[in-house]
Write a protein that binds this ligand. Sequence first.
Ligand code: HPA
Ligand code: ZN
Length: 322
Amino acid sequence: MNFRDIPKVELHTHLEGSAPPAFIAGLAREKNIDISGIFDAQGGYAFRDFDHFLQVYEAACTTLQSPEDFRRLTLAVLEETAAHGVVYMETFVSPDFCGGGDVAAWRDYLAAMQDAADEAERTMGITLRGIVTGIRHFGPDQCKIAAACAAETKGDFITGFGMAGGEMVGRPGDYAYSFDMAREAGLQLTAHAGEWGGPSMVAETIRDLKVARIGHGIGAIDDPKLMAEIADKGIVLEVCPGSNVVLKAVSGWDAHPIAKLRDAGVPVTVSTDDPPFFHTTMTDEYDMLAKTFGWGADDFRALNKIALDAAFCDDETRARVA
Ligand code: HPA
Ligand code: ZN
């Protein structure tokens, strides 16, 4: 079956991590930045493991230096994503990579992204919302700066706050101040947890950060009581199987817990995370889920309903993209 044309809702992507390597290499050439070490012989991103992935990611980000770079990036990403049937997408954006936490600069970057999103909505029928993201391994103080940027710019485009980066740095509670600030500003919340950490990391994230969604969350599979709690509270997992396989958070597609989580009543959704890094697309994710677990059109329809219900947008937008 051809899954490309199924209308899809994708909740978990990183904007910079969705940059095609050729796009980043082009910017590097324009600006005379030497990042040749981050590419393999075929021009793809090259990394050994998760920590190295984060280093390569940050090196790629050094080429993104202006609102115009982010406007072009956003448009290129939406074009590629829309080509895989995605009608609604959320993406993580980081003040740390857009002006370093200066609110005025951050507003300029956001205006450029929003400009590209408006154009893509008109011409490609894809709707984008942004989730401001603190980067965990930059520490709790830097995360507060990201949360302040988020609180200042909550609106039609910025609807959520989240946290990505090195999951094993500190404990979720160390970042509670930032999540409290974002919640008080009316933002909806998600955080990466249980990509590398076990059930305790997922449980603390729910308890201390009071998130509606969890990025990855696959570590919950080792604790049936936690799975029941997640199911009961309706906390939605943004599962990115292809990312987990490439980064070796799981040993392979056959070993991925997404089907078991779903069968235990946990609301799961599917996303690509950083598609060019993980050599994936939404079509590829669906193809692999079909091949590995026998999922078909009805399963994907149910998955997309869960995703749309959990989307950080208003009901008018939800009804329009449904
Ligand atoms: N995990 C954590 N941080 C990230 C990721 C990821 O998969 N992608 C970009 N930042
Ligand atoms: Zn992610």
